[in-house]
Design a binder for this molecule. Structure first.
Ligand code: BGC
Length: 470
């Protein structure tokens, strides 16, 4: 190991600074998706929306996000991570301000879709930026910090909604507030470097080394050698069709399956529509409904912190399976509350939503994003993760755009019971198909798929050699 060229603490601090700045993109992802929950009660009044128009007001951001998820990869590779994040910061900031001054429903939808472009792109650009910047020993921890930032963004949006609802100021300032983290992201990114890996991919090795010396210090030589090796592998592979080769397609099935189930268990009916759910359970005032939602947001953050602490100890499967069971119970309970028209429905609804959100936050929430980055072989990791992310946004859109229509069509109780049944399917899927990747190296995971879904002991791994991806 080479000696650090500057005091260790300075280098660590700069990594945390850079991670926190980039994670503002995650915070904006959370804020800009969560803010609609409280705002829609006021939007419905301002623009006199029917349930279909309300669904579209919620989902416009997701249409933008689906497009953002597709184009992000190309822009990110062509212009670099830093410039892409600077561009996203401008989109977030302008989008927030424009949404706040929307003079009519159509323009509101267009501005929300523009914000959505930023969200969809940030969902993949931020983890890529952090992972390419992080010292390899800290990569897992720093990348999962992004999911925490998403939940913090959602919780903050609920509290901001509540404050403006109380102040009687309605929806415009709720959206405008996102301009603050947007501006901070812009200023922070001006001070942050481009990633060494992107420089290297453009043949700019001198700059790559300079950044490594500034942020990592401990062993730039080693990191440069690592980047060399991985880039030479990636130059020959990484195509979407490689994802359909024998072993890898099972990894794809697991990644896309988790992406779709993460949304089809109905998480965003709660994240985006919680105040509406509380109101239909009999909580009459808008601010009480938003207050109850704010509590849900904080519980989401706290449970995510618990998940981060447990993921590498208890393992992914234990959390996934117990989380699925918890979600099924929460959803069944919600259905029962609406079916029986129970007294005290407000409190009971809060309890059922707590069970549900805690269960999601320790399972599908963090585990999907983590697994989408770890189940694929190195050569197809980028392509695999982006297919997973795209599937996740499409599934999110389908659920969000059908939720209120389902309630109108089959009733609230049956809608939640439908999600509970999907929860059972998710449980079966996780039980039979999702491997336990805790404590496994990425090489072991790659070998697992290539060896008919059987684990190989680390000592025999080098002899069994991984079959190269065709
Ligand atoms: C999901 C989002 C969801 C959030 C809730 C994320 O992992 O991708 O759709 O709103 O978790 O915490």
């Amino acid at each position: 190991m080479q000696k650090a060229t500057a005091p260790h603490s300075t280098k660590k601090l700069s990594v945390y600074f850079i991670t926190s700045v980039a994670a503002l993109g995650g915070l904006l992802f959370g804020y800009d998706t969560g803010v609609i929950s409280g705002a829609q009660l006021f939007l419905v009044k301002t623009f006199s929306l029917n349930p279909q128009q309300q669904e579209l007001a919620v989902s416009a951001v997701l249409i933008g996000a689906i497009i953002g998820a597709i184009v992000a990869g190309k822009v990110n590779d062509a212009f670099g991570r830093k410039r892409t994040l600077l561009l996203l910061a401008v989109i977030f900031t302008l989008g927030a301000l424009l949404t706040a001054v929307s003079p009519n429903y159509t323009l509101f939808l267009i501005f929300r879709a523009i914000v959505g472009l930023g969200i969809g792109a940030a969902a993949s650009v931020v983890p890529v930026y952090i992972s390419e910047m992080a010292p390899f020993q800290m990569r897992g921890k720093l990348v999962t910090f992004n999911q925490l930032a998403i939940t913090i963004g959602i919780a903050v949006s609920y509290w901001v909604d509540l404050a403006f609802a109380h102040a009687g100021m309605g929806w415009p300032p709720m959206f405008a507030t996102a301009a603050i983290p947007g501006l901070l992201l812009f200023l922070g990114m001006l001070m942050s470097p481009e990633t060494p890996r992107w420089y290297a991919s453009r043949g700019r090795w001198v700059e790559a080394r300079q950044v490594l010396e500034r942020i990592e210090g401990a062993d730039p030589e080693f990191e440069i050698a690592e980047i060399h090796t991985s880039l030479s592998v990636e130059q020959h592979q990484g195509r979407i069709r490689d994802l359909f080769t024998p072993g890898v397609r099972m990894a794809l099935l697991v990644g896309v399956g988790l992406a779709v189930f993460q949304q089809f268990v109905g998480i965003n009916t709660v994240i985006y529509y919680a105040p509406t759910i509380f109101q239909s359970a009999g909580v009459s005032s808008a601010s009480s409904a938003i207050l109850a939602t704010s509590v849900v947001g904080v519980v989401n953050v706290l449970a995510t912190i618990v998940a981060l602490l447990l993921l590498d100890k208890a393992g992914r499967r234990v959390l996934l399976i117990s989380g699925c069971i918890g979600m099924i119970i929460g959803l069944a309970l919600l259905g029962a509350i609406f079916a029986t028209g129970a007294g005290n429905a407000g409190l009971l609804t809060l309890l059922a939503l707590m069970i549900y959100i805690i269960s999601f936050a320790i399972s599908m929430g963090p585990v999907f994003w983590l697994m989408s980055a770890e189940v694929f072989p190195t050569s197809v990791r980028g392509a695999g993760a982006s297919v997973c992310s795209f599937s996740n946004w499409v599934a999110n859109f389908i659920v969000s755009v059908t939720f209120l229509s389902l309630i109108g069509g089959i009733g609230t109780a049956h809608t939640f019971w439908l999600y509970a049944v999907i929860g059972v399917a998710a449980l079966i899927f996780c039980w039979y198909l999702v491997p336990e990747t805790k404590g496994k190296t990425l090489e072991q995971i790659e070998a697992y798929w290539n060896n008919g879904r059987r684990w190989i002991k680390p000592s025999t791994l080098s002899k069994a050699r991984l079959k190269p991806t065709p």
